[in-house]
Ligand binder design. Structure first.
Ligand code: MG
Length: 161
């Protein structure tokens, strides 16, 4: 028997000068980057929260607390492989993931294929199961003022029961 389970994730990080901008495991040249305890990859954080949500296992703050020095500056792609291990423990496979990044600048269209490759590799699935898209918020709000970036993710998992 298989059971389908849906999960949603949402995350926000502040943009700050002197930080590296890492999205979907890709470093993107830009004067500002995302601030956080880890590499602050907002896109992967939303994805991990969606997966953990589908598993009914809380959120990344519970599994990888920002008070734990093991996760200081850690690569979120590495954290995604730890989340994949939790999927494996539950015999869960990814049906598909749809991720929306909200960012005013820079344009990330040229990096999306690499992000999809990184995510598919970490989750050991075909790239066709991962969709990454981006939008601006038309200069409105904190993303529009380039103060931060946000991401939403929805995933569907198939669990063997
Ligand atoms: Mg985060």
């Amino acid at each position: 028997m298989t059971e389908l389970r849906i999960g949603h994730g949402y995350d926000v990080h502040r943009l700050k000068e002197g930080r590296r901008l890492i999205l979907g495991g890709v470093e993107i040249p830009h004067p500002t980057g995302l601030l956080g305890h880890s590499d602050a990859d907002v896109l992967l954080h939303a994805l991990m929260d969606a997966i953990l949500g589908a598993l009914g296992e809380g959120d990344i703050g519970r599994h990888f607390p920002d008070t734990d020095d093991r996760y200081l500056d850690v690569s979120s792609l590495h954290l995604l492989t730890l989340v994949k291990a939790k999927m494996d423990a539950r015999r869960a496979t990814l049906v598909n993931a749809d991720i929306t990044l909200i960012l005013q600048k820079p344009k990330i269209a040229g990096y999306i294929e690499k992000m999809k490759r990184n995510i598919a590799f970490a989750l050991a699935c075909d790239e066709s199961r991962v969709n990454v898209k981006a939008t601006t918020e038309e200069h409105l709000g904190f993303t529009g003022r380039e103060e931060g970036a946000a991401a939403h993710a929805v995933v569907l998992l198939s669990l063997e029961t």
